[in-house]
Design a protein around this ligand. Sequence first.
Ligand SMILES: *[C@@H]1O[C@H](CO)[C@@H](O)[C@H](O)[C@H]1NC(C)=O
Ligand SMILES: *[C@@H]1O[C@H](CO)[C@@H](O)[C@H](O)[C@H]1NC(C)=O
Length: 322
Amino acid sequence: MRFSSSVLAFAATLSTASAAYKGFNYGAFFNNQVAKVLADFEYEFNAAKQLPGTNGEFTSARIYTMIQHGTTNTIIEAIQAAINTKTSLLLGLWASAGQANFNNEISTLKAATQQFGASFTDLVLGISVGSEDLYRNSVIGSQNNENPGTSPAELVNYIQQTRDAVKGTGLAGKPIGHVDTWTAFVNASNNAVISAVDFIGVDAYPYFQTTMANNIENGNDTFYAAFDATVAVSQGKPVWVTETGWPVTGDTRNLAVASAQNAKIYWDDVTCSLINANVNLFYYTLQDVQWGNPNPSFGLKPAGDLQQVNPLFDLTCPGSSA
Ligand SMILES: *[C@@H]1O[C@H](CO)[C@@H](O)[C@H](O)[C@H]1NC(C)=O
Ligand SMILES: *[C@@H]1O[C@H](CO)[C@@H](O)[C@H](O)[C@H]1NC(C)=O
């Protein structure tokens, strides 16, 4: 009975066109560089669905690569985990490591489509070609010592390669997008990328906007200024929020203080207003303190057994009855 009711609930989320996607971002490896395997992804996806205060609505996962960490072109085990847990997927193809690596992303995407068929493709919400590649290619990205990134022309080329690769497969017709920082999208030199995609995934973190008055009291306004600026250049394409969040611990950055108390304010204001507005949302993040102490840490859950430890603050949205 438990199984069939969860299948029904899943079918209902897919068939309700107005229900936006809600999920988290899932890296391919832990802080100690060890690859996540099937059991790890299953565990995380189940913990997201059982997250107190969220009505079981965080049923989507954004991943950054199709390739299992540490391999050349083995399918990432997150795919099997998503099938096993009925988790819908925003796929990512890593696009900041050159054409040879991108070829492996494409061949792995095709291999997953062939191996798993509809049990995989039915879960796919969209495909992001790249993640913050234009940010890495920008002035501020190089000031922050990021990797070289990818030029807009090269990304447009990768997007076309992806469109060609999914033709005639179960992934044909899935929206193909690109994820980047809001600063990259409002840079007019990158307009060709916006023209090439079906949707835009924007990453925006007021905490990191250290040239602005980025205290938590301005967090909501700072986020929406970034979001609205992205919508303004989106050429009418849907804008998904692919990463946002406020850190629970870590250094103070300009006026931004990392604390669970401030993360709750950000959650109540930004996350809950995006949910209310039916914007597709992938929060950063569920838990990030396994095997290490990231600074800052954005995890809703503290260290410890992901399915046992409670979130650091109440996730019930104001006015909701969760
Ligand atoms: C704007 O985008 C172009 C192309 O990606 C990049 O070369 C340039 O550095 C960006 N401008 C700034 C101010 O970052
Ligand atoms: C956050 O900003 C949005 C967009 O300007 C606004 O609609 C909303 O009321 C704000 N929320 C809070 C709590 O200030």
